[in-house]
Design a protein around this ligand. Sequence first.
Ligand code: MG
Length: 618
Amino acid sequence: MRYSIATVCLSGTLRQKIEAIAAAGFQAIEIFENDLITHNGPASEIRRMTEDYGLEIVTFQPFRDFEGLPEPYRQRAFDRAERKFDLMATLGTDLLMVCSSCHPQALGGIRRAADDFYELGERAAQRNMRIAFEALAWGRHVYDYRDSWEIVRQADHARVGLCLDTFHIFSRGTELQSMLNIPGDRIFLVQVADAPFLSMDHLSWSRHYRCFPGQGELPLEQFMTALSATGYDGPFSLEVFNDQFRAGSPEKTAIDGYRSLVFVNDASEQRDQQVAEPLSAICAPSEIQFIEFALNTTEKQNLAQLLSQLGFVHVASHRKKAVELWRQGRINLLMNLEPESFAQRFHAQHGVSVCAFGLGFAHVDSLLKRAAALNFTPTYGNPEADTHGIAAIAGPGGALLYLVDGAEQPAHWEREFVWHEHTPAAWLSRVDHVAMSMSYEEMLHSALLYRAMFGMQATPSVDVSDPGGLVKSQVMQTTDRAVSFALNSSQAQATVSKQILERYTGTGVNHIALQATDIFAVAEQLQQVGTELMVVPENYYDDLVARFGLSDKQRAQLEKYSILYDEDEQGVYYQLFTRLFAGRFCFELVQRQGYQGFGTPNAQLRATMQAHELRVAC
Ligand code: MG
């Protein structure tokens, strides 16, 4: 199995695409016809470029509207194929990918199509070429891989084989059992793509929402298992049409593409061990062990004041650096003002922000091997200045994700910090989740990172209405729900999500949710010390009463403290938001009583109130 990618997956000129594909580690490439047509140079030059980078061209694609045509269209289709064979000879590839016809004149019938493919096979044989036939999900007569296989089977020509594409199979909900009847050597090409489950026409879904394996919701492990049973050992090629990828960085997209293939090949029950060593086992984080802020002196004073009000205590100071540890329950917040540090470089670029997360793991050693195999290169900071010895990988937006050995947890604090005599209040016990704003491209990258590295699963994405437009929101969480990151992205300029992105000049934290043991007691405390909380309109509470049948007393208590409320089948949820700090992030205090969600029905209210805060602040 050779790892390959179609040029249509990436942005840039054909030369930029080829360079990015080779640099990411692919062995092979599919040349998409439009990339060839728009290339300002002969096909022989494209062949030279790919050869210079050691890339094999596994196919030229797509050849459209071929089968089932009456005359004179049929003859024209064969003439067209001959011209493509000429081109392929110059390119140095022998495989033409033919997708099922959408031609308005195309006629149905398996036998008719099989005859056409037999004749195409004869012509291909004379030119030493081969044909791979793919059933498009929106083909006029052929839209099911079982039919395209039957046509290939009846054509019965050594030069004619099948192309399987995971999007076309899963988007029509076709069963995979029939794949087991297809001999692996009759499959000439496998194209792989993931996608979110959406209710829309197949063509638009395919053209705009395909994504790399691990970024969507298709059960690709099942496909891999069925494919392995056929004995297929040909090219394994990404074919992903995605609006964000076509607008993003070709280098970054190509790297994510390659790691998605490593991940999906490993996820199947019978991985192809010729391609790579098996990845070391997934190890999920057990908790968010610390959150580190990059800030200047004034910002630190202001944040310290807010943290004190929330019940945090400055429990320790770094022995050598300008770093303070503030703690409450199992929540550790670091404030880093150390000059020349990663945090201060991050601050220079993004302003006051979260520059690192510490995630606790039981088996960091195997995680480091997995990170290296997936090209999430671990770093250890500056060996002279950073004595903690904790490895980190780059997380969303370049903030560090420290991989903290769970057993090591007390030791690294003890070693690095001088402790003060304080007993922290414990109104708040642990980090519940962290919500971040990012571009949609970064959201896809992050989803792959959390899933491939840590085995975190995605909740179905939801659209949240913000006064400035729609925000796409998706939560990545561990199966035990101990660690959750909510990822938010919006194309609309005026949304809170997008405004925060602009303030940070990139990905940034929107809110840090902390679990309260008694949210009403904390709220009372916050009111007494005058902490500014997010204002909640009276109408919200009228609606709550109507929706959940709350008593007057319950309503009054919620309204008194600006607490939001939600219920699901498992229980109830209370939420309380501070105002935005520096117009960027806030703290959310939550109390869960069996509730499993993240207060999505209240997200529009939060966005509306935060939009108001940002307007007033400007
Ligand atoms: Mg395809």
